[in-house]
Design a protein around this ligand. Sequence first.
Ligand SMILES: Cc1ncc(COP(=O)(O)O)c(C=O)c1O
Length: 209
Amino acid sequence: MKSRQETANKVLLETGGVLVPSSNDARIISGQGTVSLEFLDQVPQLDTLIVPISGGGLISGVAIGAKSINPAIRVLAAEPKGADDAAQSKACGRIITLSETNTIADGLLASLGDQTWPIVRDFVDDIITVDDKDIIQAMKYCFKILKVAVEPSGAIGLAAVLSDKFKNNPAWKDARNIGIVLSGGNVDLGRYARGLEESNGKSNGRHEH
Ligand SMILES: Cc1ncc(COP(=O)(O)O)c(C=O)c1O
């Protein structure tokens, strides 16, 4: 993160360019709010939204947008277990950054920033952490059912909804109309195919024994 910032600053100095942050910026956050406008325009009866979280820009915009239309709507974040800094931050009440991360969801490694943290703290109802194997399973469902190739970071919301943590939480038993943000398909075709293939092999192995 530090080296990314340093490199960006160097490029800005050299080129006179403008930095567009990926999440910790009010303009980015408000742009992401259009996700909620689209969701609630098309399906006004949504009671729950589930959104991947990394730096928190996407979910900040979604939470502010959705709750300003329907304050009762539930907004949940989905985060990889191997990069659960946002879940830890919510639990501790301050921004936690991790020195090491380990997950297939390589788009979700950033930490919350000074602008996204207060929004995540106050407007995101909870954070569901998800195992990599469940993320791969969700990628498979996206392909099988929707015929859409979704990258691990983008499929994590579906993985969260299908998890026992979501299904068994009594506070969420009333969830009926759930909007899931599938946020990206930026995945190398070879790696994507191998990932699905490997997980097939593993699950077949389990069945056979
Ligand atoms: C595919 C994908 N989904 C969701 C996110 C989460 O975005 P944010 O950093 O705003 O939380 C990212 C972040 O890069 C991403 O790559």
